[in-house]
Design a protein around this ligand. Structure first.
Ligand SMILES: Cc1cc2nc3c(=O)[nH]c(=O)nc-3n(C[C@H](O)[C@H](O)[C@H](O)COP(=O)(O)O)c2cc1C
Length: 320
């Protein structure tokens, strides 16, 4: 499945940002497109989305169509989990990405029709647990990621998990360029999970002001806080200011993350906009296809630079 990709990249699922148009454009550009099931207001709407998406991809003329993925919150407090999982089975979602919760039930159902399950994890301990449930891939949410971020830097996280997991490793966090994709491969990852890079695209569901803030921001504008949802998240400083908050004096929050406060989660993402530390590399609002083309060009240039690199020459010619 991965060999057919134009680039080893997933347009990562993003709450209130990734919908069917973004996923279709990503797949038609030859990468993996993903959306959170929760972005459809109900399971009935998700069914309509997946019906439309699969039909559009079947009709697509491009020779290289990337697989699509649905992101399911596997936590028991997700009242829609069974219904949304049944839809993934019915539409034979090529990949299901689980977040927040044990993926065991999802693994059984998705493996039943030959799909792949990737689990989102932010510590080596959660990675080991998910690996024990037989997932095909692990999404390592590293430091600097958009949305709920991890705290471990990518080189350390990938190396630690590679010691016990030889499945598909996906690295997430501040990966916004083709050279970042190459660096992830050198670290030992198979795929890159890119969220922020796809917010300022024509096809994303983000409101225009959010897209423009992405274009105007740099890594200096990223505030990592657990004051909003109780879990650590990277937020755009100007959106906090716009909402009347003081980014340098956010009230401490001690009650932890609780997914059952669903309405509050919605508010936390609707006006308090998120981005990862790779935001500075985004300079325009463009169609997904143009973004993927740019990533491919950057990736090719990174490979060419590697081949010209004197260190590379020296090490290649060293006899074993
Ligand atoms: C606005 C936003 C919303 C997100 N929502 C989700 C989500 O619903 N489910 C999920 O598993 N990850 C979510 N993420 C995390 C992404 O899937 C991905 O791991 C992350 O964006 C990668 O880091 P990057 O943004 O630095 O590229 C979200 C990220 C952003 C920026």
């Amino acid at each position: 499945m991965l060999e057919q990709l134009a680039l080893p990249v997933i347009a990562a699922p993003m709450f209130l940002v990734s919908g069917p148009a973004l996923v279709e454009a990503a797949c038609r550009s030859g990468i993996i497109g993903a959306l959170p099931a929760a972005n459809a207001r109900s399971s009935e709407i998700l069914d309509e989305w997946l019906t439309g998406l699969t039909a559009a991809l079947e009709r697509a003329p491009e020779p290289r169509i990337g697989p699509w993925a649905v992101n399911l919150v596997a936590h028991r407090s997700n009242a829609r989990l069974q219904a949304d999982l049944a839809l993934c089975v019915r539409h034979r979602a090529p990949i299901v990405i689980t977040a927040l919760g044990g993926p065991q039930a999802v693994v059984e159902a998705v493996h039943g029709y030959g799909g792949l399950v990737f689990a989102d994890v932010n510590t080596p301990e959660f990675a080991a647990k998910a690996a024990g449930f037989g997932v095909d891939g692990l999404v390592l949410v590293c430091a600097g990621a958009g949305g709920h971020t991890g705290q471990i830097a990518a080189p350390a996280f990938v190396a630690t998990v590679r010691e016990f997991f030889d499945g598909i490793l996906v690295v997430a966090g501040a990966m916004s360029s083709g050279s970042a994709v190459r660096s992830a491969q050198i670290l030992g990852a198979d795929l890159v999970h890119m969220g922020t890079r796809f917010i300022a695209t024509d096809e994303s569901l983000a409101v225009p002001a959010y897209k423009q803030m992405i274009v105007d921001s740099s890594s200096r504008d990223i505030v990592c806080t657990n004051a909003i949802t109780g879990a650590w998240a990277n937020k755009l400083r100007p959106s906090l200011v716009q909402a009347g908050l003081d980014p340098d004096n956010l009230p401490p929050r001690r009650d932890g993350f609780d997914l059952s406060r669903g309405e509050e989660q919605g508010r936390a993402w609707k006006d308090l906009w998120s981005a990862g530390q790779g935001v500075g590399q985004i300079t325009a609002i463009e169609p997904v296809r143009a973004v993927v083309q740019r990533l491919q060009d950057e990736y090719t240039r990174a490979l060419e630079a590697e081949l010209r690199d004197p260190w590379m020459q020296r090490h290649r010619s060293t006899p074993c």
